[in-house]
Design a protein around this ligand. Structure first.
Ligand code: PGA
Length: 261
């Protein structure tokens, strides 16, 4: 990994109320050291983002929204816009498979959300990945290409600079089924290839690409040591204090071992 920082994102999903989230952040803040080579991003529910944003030390943790709405304001009952999140969230997860599959978000919704995030100075983390059916039908690469093109369409090269891509095979999310590191390498290479076709070699090299899907403390290093992987997205492991702090340590250790080589 040649990049300046390894990125570790903890997606808390729909867990923790305001008090619980605050306590958990407090515990993490005592245990996780600030490292110049690891960027730790916490993605709590929208409800708790604001209070955590006042509690968090941004040198230690950045905050991500798990979702946002692409219109800046207006009559959209129940939604929260990127404009409202500006100054509170540094990043936003966009296109998570749970959003695509449970809430039926389309590539068009996702593209508008990516654009809204950038317009409001929030870095989008575009999540893409194939279902087990698509994988079994040999469509992984085509699906990744479609979701990538669908999410990034019309972005300028300059706008692309703020985008992070995460490869999350749907069949590996929350299932305990690990993707094989070789498959992850292959998928991320193909993601970079598509970015190269769209934006050129430099953009392909510069765009951070993360892996996510049932990563636990004992499997994290298998992915962190892959050249193609710039970091991890953690769901279950991010709300497990010991697993999360261990994985952040491993991310730092993987970097220092790399520096020694
Ligand atoms: P998981 O979730 O680690 O629980 O599989 C990953 C994600 O949803 O991003």
């Amino acid at each position: 990994m040649a990049r300046e920082k390894t990125i570790i994102i903890g997606n808390w999903k729909m867990n923790y109320n305001v008090q619980e989230a605050s306590l958990y952040l407090h515990k993490l803040a005592e245990a996780v050291k600030v490292r110049r080579d690891v960027e730790v991003i916490l993605a709590p529910t929208t409800l708790t983002l604001q209070s955590l944003s006042m509690q968090v030390n941004r040198r230690q943790f950045k905050l991500a929204a798990q979702n946002l709405y692409w219109r800046d304001h207006g009559a959209y009952t129940g939604e929260v816009s990127a404009r409202q999140l500006n100054g509170i969230a540094d990043y936003a997860l966009i296109g998570h498979s749970e959003r695509r599959h449970i809430f039926h978000e389309t590539d068009k919704d996702i593209r508008y959300k990516v654009q809204a995030a950038i317009r409001n100075r929030i870095r989008p983390v575009l999540l893409i990945g194939e279902t087990s059916y698509e994988r079994a039908s040999g469509e992984t690469e085509a699906v990744l290409q479609d979701q990538l093109v669908g999410g990034l369409l019309n972005l300028t090269s300059e706008e692309l600079e703020s985008v992070i891509v995460a490869y999350e095979p749907v069949w590996a999310i929350g299932t305990g089924v690990n993707a094989m590191p070789d498959d992850v390498s292959r998928a991320i290479k193909s993601i970079r290839n598509h970015i190269k076709h769209l934006y050129g070699r430099k953009a392909a090299e510069d765009t951070p690409v993360l892996y996510g899907g049932s990563v636990k403390a004992d499997s994290a290093s298998d992915y962190l040591k892959l050249d193609e992987v710039d970091g991890l997205v953690l769901g279950g492991a991010s709300i497990d204090f010991h697993a999360f702090t261990e994985i952040v340590k491993k991310a730092h250790r993987a970097r220092t071992q790399e520096d020694d080589e």
